[in-house]
Design a protein around this ligand. Structure first.
Ligand code: SAM
Length: 207
């Protein structure tokens, strides 16, 4: 794995992030397991509790090697799950897991024409890398069918510094806020994160 100062401070621009995750891809699952990364399981539990109709078409943005995708597959075994990520090597690993119906390398700030609408869009563990929420949310809006859901995790320290409540408020004509979860530890067994960096899980429904 290549070194960065600390993941707490992010990685840099999209090109650097891509290289970082490409180089990490082979060890990513093992490392995240070691750091006790719980966001995929907790997000799946939230979906189970709050989303009554099983989504047929799902888009997992920043799917990486498929850690959240595998939770989605357990929950919705008959659904068709599409995935995209900026890291081609992570996608290669995801492809071996028999989760995704379709995978594509794509920056989530750029629109991709999948040729269909989705009942659920997810972006777990990756909001940290978003440089332009307008672009991301307008893409999500485009991808979702009416009444479709988006679930994402976001770090609370960044939430505060980015005034993320105000960002969410800009979209209240387009999305209803269904859940903003209590704080969870993000990577509790990583020495830089421990119990200092927490996330919330957010579920929105497109109006
Ligand atoms: C912490 S991993 C999370 C992966 C997966 N969702 C999970 O829960 O294991 C963050 C992922 O975001 C991806 N990523 C970062 N910036 C991105 C961007 N601008 N567009 C698409 N993917 C991006 C990385 O390549 C990486 O796979």
């Amino acid at each position: 794995m290549i070194k960065t100062k600390s993941l707490v401070h992010g990685i840099g621009n999209a090109a650097k992030t891509k290289i970082y995750y490409d180089l990490w891809s082979n060890e990513y699952d093992m490392t995240l397991n070691k750091w006790n990364y719980q966001a995929p399981k907790k997000s799946a539990n939230l979906l189970l509790k709050k989303v009554k109709n099983k989504p047929r078409y799902i888009l997992d943005l920043a799917c990486g090697t498929g850690l959240f995708g595998s939770e989605l597959k357990k929950l919705y075994k008959d659904s068709l799950i599409y995935g995209s990520d900026i890291s081609k090597k992570s996608l290669k690993i995801a492809a071996q897991k028999n989760i995704y119906h379709f995978l594509v390398q794509q920056n989530f700030e750029k629109k991709y024409i999948f040729g269909r609408k989705f009942d659920l869009v997810s972006i777990i563990g990756a909001m940290t890398y978003c440089k332009n929420f307008d672009k991301l949310f307008s893409n999500i809006k485009f991808y979702l069918s009416t009444n479709g859901y988006v679930i994402f995790s976001h770090r609370i320290d960044l939430w505060k510094s980015q005034k993320f409540d105000d960002i969410l408020a800009e979209y209240n004509n387009f999305f209803k806020i269904c859940t903003v979860s209590k704080p969870y530890n993000y990577l509790p067994l990583n020495k830089d994160f421990q119990n200092k960096i927490k996330i919330r899980l957010v579920l929105l429904q497109k109006l």
